[in-house]
Design a protein. Sequence first.
Length: 74
Amino acid sequence: MADRKEKRHIPGSFPVVVSVRVVKEHLKAILVSDGSIEAWLPKSQITFLTRYNERRETTIGMPKWLAKEKGFLV
């Protein structure tokens, strides 16, 4: 879904910002990979900070608790 609208956000409002590749997308979740971690993330808990590019790469923001739970933050 490369034509996704970017959500407005307040700079610094996302404790964790990650660059990922979207592997799969479903109605309520996306499967992403950062090259070492692959995880399903609920769309209700993330914000796309950039649009997908042709390689399905994007930057997402998420709460700290979710990043820890999924392994993006140690």
